[in-house]
Design a protein around this ligand. Structure first.
Ligand code: ATP
Ligand code: MG
Length: 437
């Protein structure tokens, strides 16, 4: 019997969950979104089992606001679709339902089993890696396919209890991130779990258990076989959740950053003065700060920051061969991005934004003859922020920063300073008699 079968057998025969009744945990329905509750109740009222699972349960138990809510049930995807009007079935690797509400999507999945437990549905493993996972089961099958103990807690809408098969509540209390089952096997099944370990550790302030850390050096190379589109999604989750700086440090510590941004990683390792690392850290500190203040962050800006130094080095080489700066930056930008998308692919709008930010750096370094043209470029603000970032990281740019700050102030001056306000239409408007009461 292989390890996986052992784990499954233990789950089926020997493992009794710890049921934590409502009065002994902190999950109240007030803390669950109305839409998630609707989904949970509709499934239950239709006779299905219905649980909140994953980040929703974990985060509420930690006293945090969940990012989203995931629901799990014994209803099959088609049965889920019959219950909800705005429901789409998605995914090949995992087939699941998205129930759409005006400003929220609730992800509903069907209990799944390790592949050999049931013959029903379709499951598929290649070299130990799960490429398709649609074998259905029950809650006591489903729990073992989840990654970390803290992610495998179920909140039962039928009696408001928390169901814990894996000691997840204890691990939460002890701030420990522990993989379910044999760590090597779990990483082979899905290498992205190594990145998820770092993500949850930084986001939740948990310590990755030594058993989950140990196999990383040997198995990290498996991340090279993950589709670049999936890795890009992971990059967004890693760096756009408000804990980017901690995440970056942990990724570097576990030598995982190189699978996401190989060119940058190589440069950081080769530099004696640490400038690239310093620049990226500053970008990530700013990102976390913007998110904490409720501002948005564009993935295009982050990309521009991660790839700036590799791009700049390459552009300098081109300039050494006599190419003008703008052309050198464009050429180097194209090359750096086309190498990057072999690791993490990305929508064109993000890579284009990075290119625009880089090109505008050339124009922002000069006193412009027609500043209005530069100011009205729709990437101006991002490019200006990027200039500030470069200065924060130690570049001497105070003169052009002052100039462009001043230009923006003048641009936003009250309208009386501008000849444009004295248009024919405005003069006519001023002459028009006021309405009488
Ligand atoms: P977040 O707060 O980022 O949403 P989450 O724990 O809810 O965190 P999701 O990616 O939304 O993470 O996944 C929901 C749940 O599905 C997880 O908690 C986990 O139980 C399970 N899961 C997701 N991805 C994997 C994976 N790669 N391997 C095993 N289980 C996974
Ligand atoms: Mg989630």
């Amino acid at each position: 019997m292989n390890k996986k079968q052992e784990i499954a057998t233990v789950s089926r025969l020997n493992t009794k969950p710890r049921i934590i009744p409502r009065d002994q945990h902190t999950i109240s329905r007030d803390l669950i979104s109305e839409n998630a509750l609707k989904v949970l109740y509709r499934l239950k009222n239709a006779g299905y089992k219905s649980y909140l699972v994953g980040g929703g349960v974990r985060d509420i138990l930690l006293g945090r606001q969940p990012k989203d809510f995931d629901v799990v049930t014994d209803a099959k995807p088609e049965q889920i679709r019959e219950l909800f009007r705005h429901c789409r079935l998605i995914g090949r690797r995992f087939r699941l339902a998205h129930v759409h509400f005006r400003n929220e999507i609730i992800e509903v999945s069907t209990f799944r089993a390790p592949h050999h437990v049931s013959d029903e549905g379709e499951g598929h493993v290649q070299d130990g890696r799960i490429v398709r996972d649609n074998v259905y089961g029950d809650i006591d099958d489903d729990v073992w396919r989840r990654d970390f103990t803290v992610n495998a807690l179920f909140y039962n809408i039928a009696d408001f209890s928390v169901v814990d098969y894996v000691g997840g509540v204890n691990d939460l209390n002890e701030r420990k991130l522990r993989l379910i089952g044999d760590p090597v096997q779990r990483y082979i099944e899905d290498p992205v779990r190594m990145l998820r370990a770092v993500r949850f550790a930084s986001k939740l302030g948990l310590d990755i258990h030594a058993d989950a850390v140990a196999p990383i050096p040997k198995y990290a190379d498996m991340l090279e076989n993950i589709p670049p589109a999936r890795l890009f999604e992971e990059v967004l989750k890693l760096f756009m959740a408000g804990h980017a700086i901690k995440t970056f440090e942990l990724l570097r510590q576990h030598r995982l950053f190189k699978y996401l941004f190989p060119q940058t990683d190589k440069l950081i390792d080769s530099e004696a003065n640490n400038y690239s690392a310093c620049f990226i850290k500053q970008a990530l500190v700013n990102t976390d700060q913007r998110l904490a203040e409720g501002n948005t962050v564009s993935p295009g800006f982050l990309l521009a920051a991660f790839l700036w130094e590799p791009m700049r080095r390459e552009a300098e080489e081109h300039m050494g061969h006599g190419l003008p700066e703008m052309e050198a930056i464009q050429l180097a930008g194209d090359a750096v991005i086309s190498r990057q998308i072999a690791s993490t692919s990305m929508p064109k709008r993000f890579s284009q934004m990075a290119r625009d930010i880089w090109s505008l750096q050339v124009r922002l370094k000069k006193i412009a003859k027609r500043p209005f043209k530069v100011l009205s470029n729709n990437r101006f603000r991002a490019a200006y922020d990027f200039l500030l970032l470069r200065a924060q990281a130690g570049e001497q740019l105070s003169e052009c920063i002052e100039y462009w700050t001043q230009q923006q102030l003048e641009e936003s001056m009250p309208i009386i300073n501008k000849p444009r306000s004295d248009t024919k239409q405005n003069r006519r408007r001023r002459r028009r008699p006021r309405d009488k009461d």
